[in-house]
Design a protein around this ligand. Structure first.
Ligand SMILES: Nc1ncnc2c1ncn2[C@@H]1O[C@H](COP(=O)(O)OP(=O)(O)OP(=O)(O)O)[C@@H](O)[C@H]1O
Ligand SMILES: [Mg+2]
Length: 243
């Protein structure tokens, strides 16, 4: 039986099965409004499958997902996204042959019928990251890695979501850009946005998170508030290099 609580996002006993291969084996994840929650795990642990399940894009074979008081598991993807969920996908998904502004546009017109405030949303994005305004007519493929990260994030923010799903935002970035990425997560948090942060960079992700979950082979093997997880010996050994 599904339990409705006060969490913004509540995933209960989630199971995902590709054909007859089950990859998520009964996962529970909760995100309170205004908090940053990380899901940490190595390659193939099932992190993206959880993200895809939230969006109605993975074959969910059991469990339930509630968002903002409403059951979203079983709904079509466009219904799920229009309830206030936005994603920066793994690899960022910037369209290299579209301009910066055209990329931002895709983050809006695919999700909203009424485009009357599209121009305001562009301005919001350019105020947040002025470099994007400077490059608004430039093809996204010509941007630096850091600028492309800002663009991917801004595109996801175009619909003013209630929660942002970030699937490995730091992957493949140079160290200075990795730090900038996590600083941006902190900025979003200070603005009151809720974030589900999927990461392999456990140390940095936990630093900017209120709580977290450690995923191994489709199972949550540890969870808790930031301090508990950082103090958990098994987590420490696996992720922080403690002997
Ligand atoms: N479409 C699919 N069909 C079959 N198996 C899949 C599919 N997508 C993912 N898998 C398998 O499910 C498991 C979990 O994959 P998933 O992409 O969710 O992991 P991940 O934690 O996001 O990994 P990574 O860190 O590499 O992004 C893996 O064993 C993967 O091979
Ligand atoms: Mg993944």
């Amino acid at each position: 039986m599904a339990v409705i609580n006060n969490d913004l996002l509540s995933i209960t006993d989630l199971q995902v099965k590709y054909g007859n291969v089950q990859v998520i084996h009964g996962v529970n994840i909760n995100v309170k409004a205004g908090s940053v929650v990380c899901v940490l795990g190595s390659n193939g642990a099932g992190k993206s499958s959880i993200v895809r399940a939230i969006l109605g894009l993975a074959p969910v074979s059991g469990g339930s997902i509630y968002f903002d008081g409403k059951k979203i598991s079983g709904l079509a993807t466009h219904e799920i996204t229009s309830s206030g969920i936005s994603i920066v996908p793994e690899g960022r998904g910037v369209f290299p042959n579209l301009t910066v502004e055209e990329n931002l546009r895709t983050g809006y017109v695919f999700f909203k019928k009424d485009t009357s405030d599209l121009n305001d949303r562009y301005e919001e994005a350019y105020q947040r990251y002025p470099i994007l305004g400077k490059r608004r007519t430039q093809k996204a493929g010509t941007l630096s890695g850091g600028e492309q990260s800002m663009l991917a994030l801004s595109r996801a923010l175009m619909v003013r979501p209630k929660i942002l799903l970030l699937d490995e935002p730091s992957l493949g970035l140079a160290p200075n850009l990795v730090d900038a990425t996590f600083s941006r997560v902190e900025e979003l948090r200070s603005e009151g946005l809720s974030v589900l942060l999927i990461e392999q960079n456990a140390v940095k992700a936990l630093e900017v998170s209120d709580s977290g979950y450690i995923l191994q082979k489709g199972l949550v093997v540890a969870s808790g508030v930031q301090k508990e997880l950082m103090g958990n010996e098994a987590v420490h050994r696996a992720y922080f290099g403690l002997k």
